[in-house]
Write a protein that binds this ligand. Structure first.
Ligand code: LMR
Length: 333
């Protein structure tokens, strides 16, 4: 049976629908970008640059909202929030993915990369780029790598030169099994804590030490609650900027292309700035005169390197020996 609708009513319904879809089309797509560090860090600056570039490229089409300092989600919750669609972009440290893929543990192996330039070469290589897709089956799409800097060991002791100097001390670590193994190997007690908890944990002696790049030490004032920072450069703190792959794939083509371009621009900007910010903050820490910066000799560094070497063997099967060899090769230009 045919249902007859009076013509005037049909036209009315069509007009109403057209108006409401036009209203929808004008609503910008909200892109929440949450992170855990301060704005005056490489990641903080990169996120703001992404907002600027994305909104300039897609005027009225996107509204990028940046939430620094664990304001929206701390690092314990942000991944879950991304998968639930409560936030669209986050940039966790590469140490925080082992629940989703073991491959990214490559970035946590101590003394894997001699410096950020080597790390950058590996990330730009086909193997490094492929790792951006390593969590696709879990609903996570990697968009870019962002640098922070090399990590330095710090503690509440007067001297921190040799690996045996941290024996028996409690160290805050990110949620990474490799980092846990690293500190166990050194005879220290690792404790997984979220980034927002670190200052207080150091201040109250819940932990004795930590490992951080200069920019995080300075922006979180860790140097005010540590006595010594040893220039160990024993690992890198770098990020993968990620999004929810369902959300990303469902974006209108032009919006996805615009965001991709904005991400490329923000990546270039943040990665150029990272070394500058870390150098600046190392100097600021020195000028503040609170924690002593202890430089190490080549022999001291060799002792640290030797002490943590078994961690590589421990994780070689999970990560893949081939991938480890390729990452090592990136140290040669
Ligand atoms: C940490 O937890 O130490 C870092 O991942 C924080 C950050 O995002 O730089």
């Amino acid at each position: 049976m045919k249902i007859r609708m009076p013509l005037i009513k049909t036209v009315g319904v069509c007009v109403a629908l057209a108006f409401s879809s036009a209203a929808f089309a004008e609503e910008p797509i909200i892109v929440k970008f949450s992170h855990v560090v301060a704005e005056n860090t490489p990641k903080g600056q990169g996120a703001l640059k992404f907002k600027e570039l994305a909104e300039a490229a897609l005027p009225g089409k996107v509204d990028v909202q940046v939430f620094p300092n664990s304001q929206l989600f701390g690092d314990g919750k942000e991944m879950e929030a991304l998968l639930l669609g409560d936030v669209q972009i986050i940039a966790p440290s590469l140490a925080k993915f082992d629940r989703y893929t073991k491959k990214l543990q490559i970035f946590d192996l101590p003394f894997m990369f001699d410096d950020v330039a080597a790390l950058d070469r590996f990330q730009a290589s086909p193997d490094g780029q492929e790792l951006l897709n390593a969590m696709k089956s879990k609903g996570i799409q990697g968009l870019a790598y962002w640098h922070n800097g090399m990590k330095q060991m710090s503690s509440n002791q007067d001297s921190l030169v040799r690996p045996e100097d941290i024996k028996g001390l409690k160290f805050r670590i990110q949620s990474s099994d490799v980092l846990e193994a690293q500190f166990r190997q050194l005879g220290a007690n690792p404790q997984k804590l979220s980034f927002a908890e670190v200052y207080q944990a150091l201040q109250t002696g819940v932990v004795d030490g930590a490992e951080n790049p200069w920019s995080n030490i300075y922006s979180q004032k860790f140097h005010e609650v540590q006595k010594t920072i040893a220039v160990t450069n024993h690992g890198a703190l770098d990020y993968m900027v990620i999004t929810n792959s369902g959300w990303w794939d469902g974006l209108p083509e032009d919006v996805r292309a615009g965001l991709k371009k904005a991400m490329a621009g923000a990546t270039e900007y943040a990665n150029q700035l990272a070394a500058e910010i870390n150098d600046r903050d190392r100097q600021r820490i020195a000028d503040a005169g609170k924690a002593k910066i202890q430089t190490l000799t080549k022999r001291d560094i060799a002792a640290w390197r030797e002490a943590v070497r078994p961690v590589w063997t421990q994780f070689a099967d999970e990560i893949g020996k081939d991938l480890i060899a390729k990452a090592r090769a990136s140290n040669e230009e």
